[in-house]
Design a protein around this ligand. Structure first.
Ligand SMILES: [Fe+2]
Ligand SMILES: [Fe+2]
Length: 355
């Protein structure tokens, strides 16, 4: 299976992963051959890409770090909590639902600790906030596990990460969803969400571990003091928040939004590596590059010799040099191991191809 952008979809391609609409209900079932009407439906719902089965990628089996059902259940729990925060206030049972989902996510990630995460996400525009929250939770816990955190800390880390943007419900929705750049005043409004969220959740009396919720307040802080709201520097920022800030940036920048398309994971990885030691904690970025694929399985790439290839395997200790399958000659595919084959040391990936 492999991911391809919606604009490259053609009739007859077979969907390899089910898709859910804005209401969380099943939109298209995996295994379904695409018709033009389905492709239009995907475009209308703001899906920028989907997973398909095809001959080029038939040997690629993508094992997800958490099961789709758990992802959907967690997104639903986050949605209920966010929506209720604005109306009647959060009930303890809703908070319990989020807590139970965090426990399940921690359990699954510990079980799948050896998987390199392939984080191409199938979000539609309207469910962005909830799936973004779950993804930030997953990526944060992945880093926590790689760091060797104990279970209690992983749970606290995951909970804060899942709720990190809850303060956005108190910011004008038109500003949050604005399809264009923000004015200085609008940006000041957005910058209030960490404090609004932290104050709301800590006042709500939901028996949540306060120490884990600090990342709601600090996830936009940067170690050089250029972040907000506190302009804190490295030592002043809690470790949970240092982790969540990396996960947050990665998921936000790789996601398609109404006002810009998402960047490729490899591009965002470059951004994180560039900011390691100035914006983000260096050791945590290093761990992130080991555990999250810069070139997710099934990504089509252009090599420096002009050939096109598909990524079929990744290495923890060499995130920019995966194992690839050359696909220019369909009848006779060749496999290249960019990490281990020393004769290929001059060959590099120069671009990601959308096809
Ligand atoms: Fe945020
Ligand atoms: Fe966020």
């Amino acid at each position: 299976m492999r991911y391809i952008p919606t604009f490259c979809l053609r009739e007859g391609m077979v969907l390899a992963k089910s898709l859910r609409g804005n209401d969380g209900l099943l939109l298209l079932q995996q295994g379904l051959p695409l018709k033009q009407s389905y492709i239009s439906l995907l475009k209308c719902n703001g899906f920028q890409g989907v997973y398909i089965h095809d001959r080029l990628s038939e040997e690629i089996k993508i094992k997800t770090i958490i099961d789709d059902e758990l992802r959907n259940s967690a997104a639903k729990a986050v949605k209920n909590l966010y929506v209720q925060s604005l109306s009647s206030g959060i009930s303890p049972s809703m908070a319990d639902d989020v807590k139970a989902n965090v426990h399940n996510i921690v359990d699954e990630i510990i079980e799948n600790r050896n998987i390199i995460v392939n984080m191409i996400d199938l979000k539609s525009y309207d469910n962005y906030t909830y799936y973004h929250s779950v993804n930030v939770g997953v990526l944060s816990i992945v880093i926590g596990v790689a760091l060797g955190m104990n279970y209690t800390d992983l749970y606290k880390l995951g909970l804060g990460a899942l709720l990190h943007d809850i303060g956005k419900v108190f910011v004008d929705k038109d500003i949050i969803d604005k399809p264009g750049s923000l004015t200085a005043e609008e940006y000041e409004e957005v910058k209030k969400h960490p404090l609004l969220g932290y104050e709301y959740i800590t006042d709500a009396n939901l028996n949540l571990p306060i120490s884990g919720l600090i990342s709601i307040l600090q996830h936009h802080e940067r170690i050089d003091g250029s972040g907000y709201p506190g302009k804190l520097t490295h030592k002043e920022i809690n470790k949970f928040s240092l982790i969540v800030s990396i996960a947050d940036v990665f998921d936000a920048m790789t996601s398609d939004r109404t006002y810009r398309p998402g960047m490729m994971p490899s591009e965002v990885m470059e951004y994180l590596m560039g900011g390691a030691g100035t914006l983000f904690d260096q050791e945590l970025v290093y761990l992130f590059t080991r555990k999250v694929a810069a070139f997710p399985l099934g990504t089509c790439v252009l090599l420096s010799n002009g050939l096109t290839a598909i990524v079929i395997d990744n290495y923890e200790d060499c995130c920019l040099r995966p194992k690839v399958k050359i696909v220019n000659n369909d009848a006779n595919p060749t496999y290249l191991d960019l990490k281990n084959d020393r004769s290929l040391s001059n060959l590099t990936i120069t671009n990601v191809v959308k096809m």
